[in-house]
Design a protein around this ligand. Sequence first.
Ligand code: ADP
Length: 248
Amino acid sequence: MTGAALDAHIVVRRHGFDLDARIAAVPGEVVAVMGPSGAGKSTLLTAIAGLTRLDGGAVRLGESVVADAATGVHVPPDRRGVVLLGQDPRLFPHLSARENVAFGPRAKGVDKAIARRDADEWLARVGLDGAGTRHPDRLSGGQQQRVALARALAADPRVLLLDEPLTSLDVETAADVRALLRAQLDAARATAVVVSHDATDASALAARLVVVEGGRIAQEGAVDDVLGAPATRFIAAVAAAHRFGGTP
Ligand code: ADP
């Protein structure tokens, strides 16, 4: 796809499981991915990130081919310009919040003072003004996830991959972090793929929804269109739960 920030055809074969799915995003687009447990959602993200090797297909980020099963191209994860943020914030425990956020820019050669100043600005944007010197063990789960989000955005990724980023948070904190995520994805004009089991996340964060079931795309389209005309029992259950304000 010309002009796409992400254009991926992911084929991964495992014993008893095979994933064959295409996913694309234009610059600044947030795409939600939903599907039952074991459908292949995480594998889709780890393949884009380069943590899982392709058995077929290819991954294009902007103009660069970062993986191609036909030619054997496999750019390592740390050279793809992609950040994968999961349920677990995975902060460096020995670094302060500020140093965690500054880590990516510092690794790219940004001057120490500038990286620290930018890190403080990112922490303020995620509602953690003044928490820069605290280490992860002095932060709550929600605060740690905010630092992880600030770190992910500070790295200015070509594509941000979010795997159930709100699942480990309590309902109230999840609502706060969801709103923050929405605002910061907008402000950064980030291209993102967000996996969630919750239609609230899909409709709050994304315009487009891709449903993966059994390693295949079962349905895709505008979030409201998919939820309004579900093609499978799974998405019908998700849509019903969403209408009644719960999760399936
Ligand atoms: P989802 O994220 O939709 O729950 P996953 O992508 O995690 O699904 O898993 C898809 C399938 O691949 C499942 O059958 C799962 O058991 C299997 N799987 C996931 N990770 C691995 C792995 N590292 N090695 C082997 N099988 C795996």
